[in-house]
Design a protein around this ligand. Structure first.
Ligand code: SF4
Ligand code: SF4
Ligand code: FES
Length: 720
């Protein structure tokens, strides 16, 4: 914007030029003046002016004004509490009023030391109190969910939490009850606040009214360290701070990356860190001993045993990867298995496609889109889609993935036509079927997105770093051998692979199995040798998220066993392959091959998105795949599932129920009512599940969470 399009505002005698419409709080900041706020939070939508902490004098207006509700206009003259006695008096009175019923129990309050109310009272408030009467008290703490406690007497009624619930997460579960002095925050009809994004209200609350049950009384701010890293539990890769005390992760906070997460986290990312301390966490290598179960091994013995198993099976080894390995781990493992042990097969957790790089956009572009055919849910991405809808975007479900693509690509389809015409159209594919990324790229190309910088496509993979490990594994060596039969050795890397029924089926065909996992429950019983695994909070390295953004993981705490790079490096030595135990050195090697030599140090705390790159997009298959009679089963991995979530008590209430989802039409034809127990059959295998009718589900499709789908797959029949 040119200088002529800016407006001039004077704040405390300092002139500043800002675009018209800039909020007054931001305008003052641009002039180097801080206006204190409690309720103001631009991410929650329009200001509500609830707390009056931001009172200022505006020339031409007789009364003090709440700055957060005003925007900059040309010639505006603002005097904040720093230069205006009236504003200072107003602010002091506001604070005195806020504190009338506030308990001032800072020494025992979890927010103490990092509390805006405490800080602003010190800086702007009265030095002593005139209130000598008893303060209001409530039952405390009120557990509004297994993860969140409410100390009602500390609440200053800023309505940040209810606005988040209503306008951002759109779950409508937090509400303000009663009026005036009787107003309190509560959950809707006193039901627990169980929603995928509920934990964000803990961070939003400017006082210690909403606290995390996991963090209560666990640490004081001067005892902790915050390690900037990224969440490794889904392909969004939200930027986080891992708060540690005495070598233990105590909580996860958001670290606002405006293009990725806007400072929001899902509850899985926020609360699942206690899986690090799971009871069945493996700390030492284990070797299966007939009849006696397992023996604990020293690391030297374990590596000796692993080397022997690998040597014996040379040429007949299969590696199953999880999708949660770092780029460096996948590359190091690839060097060992492929370069060190000859031609060798890897089982990647899912298919990814470089063709989508030509349609790359930051996730924040979803909010600014006009049109979005959306398939399914996904954390954070769901919040961006909700924001888009609130801004007036047309959000459409194109039905199930490949079929939806075919319909949109058809020039006669009305939605496909408007997608072609729009300058800001976005495709999101959340199906879990094979070549999703490649099909989506083909569709984006067909719709002419290549020439439109604000139009793009996102494939939501199932794993946090599926794309990163596919590229790193491929970069590790040029050799790829035929699938060995029988399999001499199956090497299972990570807990997700260890929990995968397809990998378990491979193990049936393998002579020996090595499992690298964090949890005994996933490894013991089928592995000959178990090597302890680590979590994303315990590793250094990089992940590639669903935008194709390379992000940096930082080790927040030391794992109970050496991390994967350390022992892969030692094992590789035995096969004369050089692999560094340090993530920075391994990254340098990978980067030379696939990231244009980008230095590790430049991946950055707020990683940028790489520019779009051309890649040939495949053709969309024109013929629908032949399908049998019956209903097509879509197995999906719900947000609150997986080895980490299973080990976190606070998240148990959000785990998927044993249900089969049917469209209203399919249910009606079979006379199935919601909640009824039905039998789902496929090839003689059957399962009893509760029926759930989902309006948004297309006819011909049923959905079951992977953990309840057993062996079912393909086409199924559902009957009462
Ligand atoms: S609970 Fe916290 S966020 Fe909610 S209204 Fe009270 S002070 Fe504000
Ligand atoms: S959305 Fe994904 S990356 Fe973000 S906090 Fe949740 S699990 Fe972690
Ligand atoms: S911050 Fe302006 S009224 Fe609350």
């Amino acid at each position: 914007m040119s200088a002529t399009e800016l407006v001039t505002v004077t704040v405390d005698g300092r002139e500043v030029h800002v675009p018209p419409g800039t909020g007054l709080v931001e305008t003052a900041l641009a002039a180097g003046v801080e206006i204190p706020v409690f309720c103001y939070e631009p991410r929650l939508g329009a200001a509500v002016g609830a707390c009056r902490m931001c009172l200022c004098e505006i020339e031409g207006m007789p009364k003090l004004q709440a700055a957060c509700t005003l925007t900059a206009t040309n010639g505006m003259i603002v005097r904040t509490a720093q230069t205006s006695e009236r504003a200072a008096e107003g602010q002091e009175a506001t604070l005195e009023f806020i504190l009338v019923n506030h308990p001032l129990d800072c020494p025992v309050c979890d927010k103490g030391g990092e509390c805006p109310l405490q800080d602003l009272t010190f800086r702007w408030g009265p030095g002593n109190t005139r209130m000598t009467f008893p303060k209001r008290t409530f039952e405390k703490p009120i557990p509004i969910s297994p993860a969140i406690a409410l100390d009602r007497e500390r609440c200053i009624l800023c309505y940040r939490c209810t606005r988040f619930s209503e306008s951002v997460a759109e779950d409508g579960q937090l509400v303000a009850l009663n009026r005036g002095a009787e107003s309190v925050i509560a959950t809707f009809e006193d039901e627990p606040y169980l929603a995928p994004f509920s934990g964000n209200v803990i961070e939003l609350c400017p006082v210690g009214a909403l606290t995390s049950t996991q963090y209560r009384f666990e640490a004081r701010p001067w005892e902790i360290q915050n390690v900037p890293t990224v969440c490794g539990l889904c392909p969004v890769g939200c930027n986080i701070q891992a708060t540690t005390r005495e070598g233990k992760v105590k909580r996860i906070l958001s670290r606002n990356h405006p293009e990725v997460d806007e400072g929001w986290l899902c509850d899985k990312g926020r609360f699942a860190f206690t899986h690090l301390r799971a009871r069945d966490r493996i700390a030492d290598p284990l070797r299966r001993v007939r009849r006696r179960g397992f023996d604990v091994l020293s690391w030297d013995d374990a590596l000796g045993e692993a080397a022997e198993l690998l040597m014996q099976a040379q040429g007949r080894i299969v590696t199953a990867l999880s999708g949660s390995e770092t780029v460096e781990q996948a590359y190091a493992l690839g060097r060992l298995m492929r370069a060190g042990l000859g031609a060798h097969t890897g089982v990647l957790p899912e298919e990814t496609s470089p063709a989508l790089d030509a349609f790359r956009l930051p996730l924040s572009a979803i909010r600014d889109a006009e049109l979005e055919p959306v398939a399914e849910r996904a954390p954070i991405v769901e919040l961006w889609v909700k924001a888009a809808r609130r801004q007036g975007a047309q959000v459409e479900q194109a039905g199930d993935a490949l079929e939806g693509c075919r319909r949109l690509a058809d020039k006669r389809n009305a939605l496909g036509k408007s997608l072609r015409e729009s300058e800001r159209a976005i495709l999101i594919w959340s199906g879990e079927e094979g070549a999703g990324g490649a099909h989506l790229a083909a569709l984006a190309k067909e719709l002419g997105f290549a020439g439109k910088p604000a139009s793009g496509a996102f494939h939501l993979p199932c794993t946090p770093n599926g794309r990163g490990i596919a590229d790193a594994w491929a970069a590790a060596s040029d050799d790829e051998g035929p699938n060995p039969e029988p399999i001499g050795l199956l090497f299972v890397s990570g807990d997700e692979a260890a929990a995968d029924p397809n990998v378990r089926a491979l193990a049936e065909r393998a002579e020996r199995v090595i499992v690298n996992a964090m949890f005994q429950g996933l490894a013991v019983g089928w592995a000959d040798l178990v090597l302890p695994g680590t979590s994303y909070l315990e590793r250094d390295g990089t992940y590639v998220n669903l935008e194709g953004r390379l992000q940096r993981l930082r080790r927040a705490v030391i794992p109970p066993a050496p991390d994967e790079l350390a022992w892969i490096s030692k094992l590789a030595e035995r096969f004369a392959v050089e692999v560094s135990p340090h993530a920075s050195a391994v990254f340098a090697e990978v980067s030379e091959r696939i990231y244009d030599g980008l230095p590790f140090g430049e991946v950055g705390e707020e990683a940028p998105l790489r520019t779009r790159s051309e890649a040939p997009a495949p053709q969309l298959p024109s013929e629908p795949a032949a399908e049998g009679k019956g209903l097509r089963l879509v197995r999906y991995r719900p947000l609150f599932s997986g080895p980490a979530v299973e080990r976190v008590p606070e998240l148990q209430f959000q785990r998927p129920a044993p249900e089969v989802e049917l469209s209203p039409g399919d249910a009606g034809r079979r006379g199935i009512a919601p909640g009824e127990t039905v039998t789902v059959t496929h090839n003689g295998t059957s399962l009893q599940l509760r029926a759930r009718i989902t309006k948004s589900l297309r006819e011909g499709i049923v959905r079951i969470a992977a953990e309840h789908a057993g062996e079912l797959g393909g086409t199924v029949e559902v009957a009462k």
